[in-house]
Design a protein around this ligand. Structure first.
Ligand SMILES: C[S@@+](CC[C@H](N)C(=O)[O-])C[C@H]1O[C@@H](n2cnc3c(N)ncnc32)[C@H](O)[C@@H]1O
Length: 282
């Protein structure tokens, strides 16, 4: 049987405490102390066991619940991934998803929106597997293009290489857009440099999955204020990572300032679809 140092210390400590208690009771009460000590110590021992047992039960319940949540989320991701693969039928394996990349359930939302609305122009912030998925959908529709703004040249090159491997360069373009200072109502923000960017037509779908939240607080807020003049009444904004406090605040700012109505979707990282509020509604 393996006994850890901590457990050995507890056993030795408890033995010494019970010995000391017996001696104190014997000194204080004489013979009577020897009668009182065993039941007192046994009671204390059972109380300690009951406390440890109830703590272990609580830990076990918490662990079981988190394992169930994880398993159910993993299943949802596999379900979304398989329906995505059946829909896109890619020529080659798709790059890694989740983590820094979008999760399968977000990508499935993106594919559904593109296939249902048949956009002419999708503009994305933050390139990667989402650019590829959008490219496959547009190629399948036989119409539309995606422009993906990317601030990191290495990541831009990697996404371009993947697009080329999948032969999607005709429909998907990664634009090098380093982060620069953008002034919005007198406040400076770090956001993509789009000064020299020519956007071919109004934006039908705006995918907001960058810049990373490490660049500044509310890092993704400028997307709508900078590009809203390129948007129209039916433009759909799809934001990833909507479970984060920053993103919730950004969505609330867009709603207040631009009348965009948010619809939160329960995906792994949380997603939000925003549409312009129809006239006559609150
Ligand atoms: C949330 S990611 C964009 C993910 C992309 N839409 C996709 O589906 O793969 C936002 C930005 O993080 C950066 N990024 C991506 N992977 C990264 C990594 N492993 N470490 C640090 N930054 C990363 C890239 O510049 C990217 O534009």
């Amino acid at each position: 049987m393996y006994i850890s140092r901590k457990v050995a210390a507890v056993i030795i400590g408890a033995t010494l405490v019970s010995l000391a208690t017996s001696v104190i009771l014997w000194l204080a009460l004489g013979q009577a102390g020897m009668v009182v000590a065993p039941p007192l110590l046994t009671g204390a021992l059972f109380l300690a066991i009951a406390c440890v047992h109830s703590r272990l039960r609580a830990d076990q319940t918490r662990y079981h619940r988190s394992l169930l949540e994880k398993t159910s989320n993993d299943y949802r991701q596999l379900e979304a991934l398989s329906s995505l693969l059946w829909t896109l039928t890619p020529d080659l394996p798709l790059p890694r998803m989740r983590g820094w990349s979008a999760s399968p359930d977000f990508l499935k939302e993106l594919a559904e929106i593109i296939l249902a609305t048949q956009p002419n122009l999708v503009v994305e912030m933050g390139s990667g597997v989402s650019t590829l998925v959008a490219g496959y959908c547009l190629r399948r529709l036989g119409r539309g293009k995606i422009l993906s703004l990317e601030h990191d040249p290495k990541h831009a090159a990697a996404t371009r290489a993947t697009l080329a491997l999948h032969d999607l360069q005709e429909v998907a373009t990664v634009v090098d857009a380093p982060l620069t200072t953008v002034n919005l109502g007198g406040t400076p923000w770090r956001w993509y440099d789009v000064a020299g960017l020519s956007i071919p037509g109004p934006i039908d779908i705006l995918v907001v999955d960058g810049p990373p939240d490490t660049t500044q607080a509310l890092a993704r807020y400028p997307a709508v204020p900078v590009l809203h003049e390129r948007m129209h009444d039916k433009t759909i904004v799809l934001a990833d990572n909507a479970n984060r406090e920053d993103e919730k605040q950004v969505v609330a700012m867009w709603e207040k300032e631009f009348g965009l109505e948010p619809d939160f979707i329960d995906t792994e990282a949380g997603a939000c679809i925003l549409r312009r509020r129809s006239p006559g509604r609150g």
